[in-house]
Write a protein that binds this ligand. Structure first.
Ligand code: ADP
Length: 257
């Protein structure tokens, strides 16, 4: 009897994506990949490969070169082409967590910061209060509502950023180096939060042990090109491939070689 496989709908489709900053050199060149509903995809590669630039395209964070309505969009999220006119809608679908909390946090208190997104969605006061409370609980920061965002540790600040994004209930989470500067306990806590999020996730990281533990698929990006895209164990246990792109076979896969 043949096995019935359920094909999950695509939530992110990237096709022919190329990008340069201003007149500078090409940073992304003809990038193509898809992400299915609920899939957790790691984006790895050396520094300067174009990972952050690619992630920013997933919710229109580089507005200068976004296509107009008449132009073909290189990125489509849940059927919505990412264009100048759709950027607000796309940002509701895709929650983005920056590597540096300083790029994300701007309100004086945790409550205001986490509530900013839900308020902008036009939700009622009571719904906003509920979302703040629920998302702070999710990231283990219940009771932090009145704390100043400036007086928190890096790990706590990262969790506030994540709470703010989760409070908007996005379909897709995009995270840029979420484990940078986290101690092992904070890293473990964050892995648990990501494990519990049921939507699709695209995560740029150098933490290959995390990739082995939690991700379904990995994409190697180098010099603005996709060099490999496949199941984590297949890609990351190929020592020849990954050392070529400045990476090392993670400990968890060394015995399997
Ligand atoms: P990664 O996240 O893989 O480290 P980035 O996307 O940050 O790579 O950077 C890719 C390339 O784009 C690098 O050469 C970097 O110097 C360049 N770059 C990044 N941001 C800018 C910017 N705002 N202006 C000009 N060049 C940039």
């Amino acid at each position: 009897m043949s096995e019935v496989q359920t094909v999950k709908p695509t939530v992110i489709q990237v096709q022919g994506l190329s990008y340069s900053y201003g007149e500078g050199r090409v940073v992304l060149s003809d990038v193509e990949f898809e992400v299915a509903e609920g899939e957790r995809v790691a984006l790895v590669g050396p520094s300067g490969a174009g990972k952050s630039t690619l992630l920013m395209h997933l919710n229109g964070l580089l507005p200068g070169q976004l296509p107009r309505d008449t132009e073909r969009a290189s990125v489509v999220v849940s059927g919505v082409p990412v264009r100048k006119s759709s950027v607000a809608e796309v940002r509701r679908l895709v929650g983005f967590v920056f590597q540096d909390p300083d790029d994300q946090l701007f309100c004086p208190t945790v409550r205001e910061d986490v509530g900013f997104g839900p308020l902008n969605l036009g939700l009622s006061r009571s719904e906003v209060v509920q979302r703040i409370s629920d998302s702070l609980e999710l990231v283990g920061l219940s009771g932090f509502e009145n704390r100043s965002t400036l007086q928190l540790s890096t790990g706590e600040r990262k969790r506030v950023c994540l709470a703010g994004v989760l409070a908007c209930q996005p379909q897709v989470l995009v995270l840029d180096e979420p484990f940078a500067n986290l101690d092992p306990r904070a890293r473990r806590g964050l892995i648990q939060i990501l494990r519990e999020f049921s939507g699709a996730q695209v995560i740029a990281t150098h933490d290959l042990e995390f990739v082995v533990e939690l991700c379904d698929r990995v994409i190697i990006l180098d010099d603005g090109n996709v060099k490999a895209d496949g199941p984590v164990r297949d890609v990351l246990s190929d020592g020849c491939l990954i050392t070529k792109h400045g990476l090392e076979v993670p400990w968890g896969l060394r015995a399997e070689r």
